[in-house]
Design a protein around this ligand. Sequence first.
Ligand SMILES: [Ca+2]
Ligand SMILES: [Ca+2]
Length: 381
Amino acid sequence: MTLGYVNFPMDQFGKPGAPQCPPINYGIDGSEELADGEPFMGATLTSIFSEGIRSATGLPDLNGACFYSLTSESYAYSQGLRQLDVIRKIKGTVVTTKESFWIVYNQIPQGSVIDLEIYRNQAPMNLSIIKKSGTEKLNDTAGVKYTGSDWLPRDSSTGGAGSYNDDINATTANGDYFEFTFYGTGIDMITSKYSDEGDVDIYIDDVFQQTISCYSTTRLYQQVVYSKMDLPSGVHTIKGVKKTGSYMIVDAFNIYDTYSESGILNDDASEITYIGTWHSSEHRGYGDYGDDVHYTTNNDDYFELTFTGTGVEYITEKNSDQGNVDIYIDDVLQTTVSCYNATRLSQQTVYSKTDLPSGVHTIKVVKKSGQYALLDALKIY
Ligand SMILES: [Ca+2]
Ligand SMILES: [Ca+2]
């Protein structure tokens, strides 16, 4: 692995006269290697960057992403991963470099089951883990795509010190850009600010959002310079294009997936499939989740959601113009629920099932009677 640090003007990072040598890390066998580790699941993930690591893992080749360090306090450990485990496949996709791991991983919803093939004790084994829920901070090395003429990765000795994981990616060329694809409902871009940085144009899903400034008279590390929330739950791509200044720097990203954090999926979520003639009603003022519902007037119209977890709640209004709905889990009729009430009540849990075996399930709700059937939200466990 060779990284071209030597042409970088070190003085732009406040280290005039610093020796321009590549960063040194020591492999398991003591051999000198370029640093490659990045934080992941409370542990450190690396490429198989040295013969020392390859030998320690017993791998026949250099393909995979290795848990170089992993303690019993880490989330990775709680999911059954161990030190020197090498991820060889993720969801059936062969992992050659770390990049090939991140491309798959970053597009998986939080809380989902991830099927891995692990190399441990010189043999392959299968392991299913759950993608951690909550804000996930990912480093500039975690599957970010860098396009242009001048990107250079930098570590603690070449300008990355003080940044997240003591590393960054930097470019001096206007027009160079980064792209980061993730599954979630929001994202923060984290970078340093300084007087030699300028403007960056930010796009989400190829739509221009705004021009941000990374300029500051004093040097500031790990700053949130752009934040976008309230994206529909799903796969999105943030793109940043260098416009002005001597440098554009990428340090890290925070990924938000509010659906998985709360477990609540609003009726407008793209994951929910509506069959028949359903309509959206917004700004209702009745106290609905998100102030909106979907509704239909046709018997036998239905909605369904496939989810990963152990349970689901059907949350809706009750009112005098509503009747019965049939509830199916995994295509098996569970019960018929009445959504009738003499007065209107909002955010009512009219059906709850929380003892399903952990895994992938489908809830289907079919209108059977009354003038209306509604969906306000679903809560997933
Ligand atoms: Ca970083
Ligand atoms: Ca709603």
